[in-house]
Design a protein around this ligand. Structure first.
Ligand code: CO
Length: 584
């Protein structure tokens, strides 16, 4: 370390820390009291938006995501606000046309985003290009990204080549995004040394702590000349999250790469989030230290918590280890794609289906089919040809930039949105912000706009609970405190004397005489395609189930007549819930 150069720090507590540790559930009002303190620290940037925040806000929290970034920005005038943007996918799960990408970037910049970290799940630079150009055009900071992964095809030379392409597209800086904690310290030293030799632009690093390597990896990268690094406040750090901010400051203190940040200013921030975190304890994953299995499975932290929550919802948490060992196999079949949103969901959901249905690829999600068709871009290695043939038959594979074959544009999305507002009698503005909500999340976005003033529609806010003794708690609801005692017979007594019994739900459904097809996964019925009494061939799609944010086609196992259909669009189903019967 000969050269004296301060390292810049990006604090991620407002976005990735709670996305990775608490399934993206922080509400704005739980962050607000810490914003002034965060603004006074002198961070290079604070990551506060993008990733899964937008989706979580409209799907679960009933909070307007645009409103959130405006408020954070207004509370933190001295600190650049950073977002994570999935290139041509924006914050949704498919590609959008170039003018939708432009509108989104423009609107995000105007609402308060300063730094845009742009990545593509397949590391296909063609999918980052338009978003980077739009950010440059809006005078934002355009950061291109390497989504780090390991495989037989991923070498340091390949990363350097990708980084140069990103620099050539005009990016202001490059991020190494190590979402699964797979970047080893000495590999990081080699990678950053090579990048610093061959690039003009600054290099940032983002590592997850899940494998226990992130602190060492950060230090070795800094020794190699890294310019900026992501960390998270100590009370929201490690396990599925990131290196603690205070730890990094202390390690570098007194060296020629110190951060220049004052540890004392971080104490009240750490205390604030320590308290807030307790409220969200139901969203915590089970990991307590380090998960070394990730070194083999390559599963990112956020994906692990989501898989755990989803398998719990499917009553199948006992299959967790089998799903984790299925993931590398599915990933290899799909051309060694990195596991990051949305590819982590695509690989994760297909792996869950392969395990829970008891037969590999008997059901293939629409997203896996799109990937096999090249609709997401070029995969790092060729996909499994047998699976490709099975999944998409002889349909043509796309080899151009995927966004070049899109026919929708912003105007068509706007027209469709206005029509939907009219048909559903929803009184929302046709503002650019709302059009973008609809563009990225058509169904969920409309439900959000329809129910934005109806908090009962969304996930209820966790209670603010302070533990008094083993069985006695202090619960705060609307600023009113209640003491609550849990009794051994699983009844809950509230101090006004009312009593709530916990009743296990039961369900029974009468079925007819045919073969009954049950839901392979829990989720919501998205669309029913066939009506009762229709004749179908084997493999005809009967309905589409939306499970784990993916659309899964449920097909007739044999030719026959569709008997009773037990579900309708919008119904939520559990694994094993009867869907329809086929009478042969
Ligand atoms: Co991350």
């Amino acid at each position: 370390m000969s050269e004296s150069k301060k390292i810049g720090v990006t604090e991620v507590v407002l976005r990735d820390a709670h996305q990775s540790l608490l399934a993206t559930r922080f509400r704005y009002h739980d962050m607000e009291a810490a914003l002034k303190n965060l603004d006074d620290v002198g961070f290079w940037s604070v990551e506060s938006w993008g990733g899964a925040i937008f989706d979580s806000c409209i799907r679960y929290l009933g909070e307007d995501p645009w409103h959130r970034i405006r408020k954070i920005k207004s509370m933190m005038p001295n600190t650049p606000q950073q977002m994570l943007l999935r290139g041509q996918n924006l914050l949704g799960y498919k590609h959008y046309s170039d003018d939708v990408v432009n509108k989104f970037v423009e609107c995000s910049k105007e609402n308060g985003v300063d730094v845009f970290r742009v990545f593509d799940a397949l590391n296909d630079p063609r999918n980052m290009h338009q978003a980077l150009q739009a950010v440059i055009g809006m005078d934002g900071h355009a950061q291109g990204t390497i989504s780090y992964t390991t495989s037989p095809v991923h070498t340091v030379d390949l990363w350097v080549e990708l980084a140069k392409k990103i620099q050539d597209m005009g990016a202001h800086s490059l991020a190494i995004k190590d979402m699964a904690g797979l970047l080893k310290p000495y590999v990081a030293f080699e990678l950053v040394s090579r990048l610093k030799d061959e690039l003009e632009i600054p290099v940032h690093m983002h590592c997850h702590a899940t494998t226990g390597m992130s602190v060492a990896t950060g230090v070795k990268a800094i020794e190699a000349g890294l310019d900026n690094i992501d960390t998270s406040i100590s009370s929201m750090s490690m396990t599925y999250g990131h290196t603690p901010t205070e730890t990094l400051i202390s390690i570098l203190d007194g060296t020629n790469r110190e951060t220049g940040l004052d540890l004392e200013k971080l104490t009240p921030i750490a205390e604030h989030f320590q308290k807030v975190r307790k409220k969200y304890k139901n969203f915590e994953g089970s990991l307590r230290g380090v998960d070394a299995r990730i070194l083999a499975s390559q599963v990112p932290g956020g994906m692990l918590t989501n898989l755990e929550n989803q398998l719990k919802a499917q009553d199948s948490i006992d299959r967790f280890d089998e799903v984790i060992s299925e993931i590398p196999k599915v990933r290899e079949d799909l051309g060694f794609i990195p596991l990051v949103t949305p590819t982590s969901q695509i690989v994760g959901t297909q792996s869950v289906i392969n395990i829970l249905s008891g037969s590999r690829y008997s059901t293939v999600t629409n997203e896996v089919k799109s990937l096999l068709k090249g609709e997401y871009g070029a995969t790092p290695a060729p996909v499994n040809k047998d699976l490709q043939q099975e999944g998409i038959g002889d349909s043509a594979v796309i080899t151009c930039r995927p966004a070049d074959v899109l026919t929708d544009d912003f105007q068509s999305v706007e027209d469709e949105f206005k029509q939907a507002l009219f048909e559903k009698n929803i009184t929302a503005d046709a503002s650019v912000e709302n059009i973008l909500i609809y563009a990225m999340f058509p169904e969920i976005g409309l439900n959000f706009l329809e129910n934005v003033d109806n908090p009962d529609y969304f996930e209820s806010e966790p209670l603010d609970i302070v533990e008094l003794t083993d069985s006695s708690y202090l619960v705060t609801v609307d600023d009113q405190e209640y003491s609550v005692t849990l009794k051994a017979d699983s009844t809950v007594t509230i101090n006004d004397g009312s009593q709530v019994n916990q009743v296990a739900p039961t369900a029974s459904i009468q079925t007819g005489s045919g073969e009954v097809i049950a839901a392979p996964l829990g989720g919501n019925i998205f669309r029913v395609i066939i009506t009762e009494g229709e004749s179908v061939d084997a493999d005809s799609t009967i309905l589409i189930l939306e499970a784990m944010k993916m659309e899964t086609e449920i097909k007739a196992p044999s030719a026959g007549v569709v008997g009773k259909i037990f579900v309708k669009p919008g119904d939520s189903v559990k694994p094993g819930t009867p869907l329809f019967e086929i009478v042969s």
